[in-house]
Write a protein that binds this ligand. Structure first.
Ligand SMILES: [Zn+2]
Length: 270
């Protein structure tokens, strides 16, 4: 399986795209996770050579603009492909009840009837509950509440096909870890965690005021959860030139496993 990072930035970035990604099964089937804040997702998909007509599954973590608004564009373009005769099968978007309700409201408020008439037909908006399992791209996913103090947010644990229980990819969304989620994340093969900035630059970027964490915090967390691989995303975009090197070094002060700080469009072999 592969992880294709379509964006790696936090909400207000201008030098990279907002954090969103695709998990791509060995047979090529992708599941999109969030879509950034607008139609820039279409450019990212184009640059990654990921055809929209291949996307049949999507997961939305929460309703914040930098995650959900790109999904409106995905719905629009999928519908356009459906009525253009280029898209076959169904497109399923999953998320918690509030995220799915928000997506539905925004779609009906902003998209033409020729698009919205496909919602609840070929385009399915499906709420999932905390702890609920669902199947997508041939994998078992468990959605879970990350216990955000801001907007309700779900992450997920994806069981890789044919693997043991620890062959898991766990997405913790874009907020600091809550101990309640330890059962999903502990011992995972891959942990996807936010790291807004370096701890050494906390005075400059104020991660804690924004309810985000740092590369150092993510390294400590990865160590405490005994994961094997750590991917850091949802960062500030003022230090992109040195981000990989410096974030990796800082997380490595507490975590001895593999650390990846990807750039936009980077592909990671899971
Ligand atoms: Zn965000």
């Amino acid at each position: 399986m592969k992880l294709l990072m379509l964006g790696t930035g936090s909400a207000a970035v201008t030098n990279c795209y907002n954090t969103c990604f695709a998990l791509i099964a060995d047979d090529g089937r992708p599941m999109l996770v969030d879509a950034g804040g607008g139609n820039g997702i279409l450019k990212q998909l184009e640059r990654a050579a990921l055809p929209l007509v291949d996307i049949h599954d999507m997961f939305i973590t929460h309703t914040h603009t930098d995650h959900i608004l790109g999904a409106v564009w995905i719905v629009r373009m999928v519908a356009q492909s459906i009525y253009g005769g280029k898209y076959s099968g169904t497109f399923t978007v999953r998320g918690h009840d509030e995220a799915i309700a928000a997506l539905r409201t925004i779609c009906f408020a902003t998209l033409p009837v020729k698009v919205t008439c496909h919602i609840d037909k070929e385009i399915r908006l499906v709420p999932v509950a905390d702890g609920e399992h669902f199947e997508a791209i041939g994998c078992d996913f468990t959605a879970f509440d990350i216990c955000s103090t801001k907007a309700k947010q779900y992450g997920f644990a994806m069981q890789m096909p044919g693997g043991n229980d620890d062959e898991r990819v766990v997405c913790l969304g874009d907020e600091p870890f809550n101990e309640r989620c330890r059962c999903y994340a502990e011992g995972a093969k891959w942990l996807l965690s936010e790291a807004f900035c370096l701890y050494s630059q906390r005075e400059r970027f104020k991660p804690y005021e924004k309810h985000h964490s740092t590369a150092l915090d993510a390294g400590k967390l990865a160590d405490s959860l005994s994961v094997r691989n750590l991917v850091l995303y949802h960062t500030e975009d003022k230090t992109l030139a040195t981000r990989r090197e410096k974030y990796t070094a800082e997380a490595a002060t507490h975590f001895s496993g593999n650390i990846i700080v990807p750039d936009d469009l980077e592909q990671i072999e899971l």
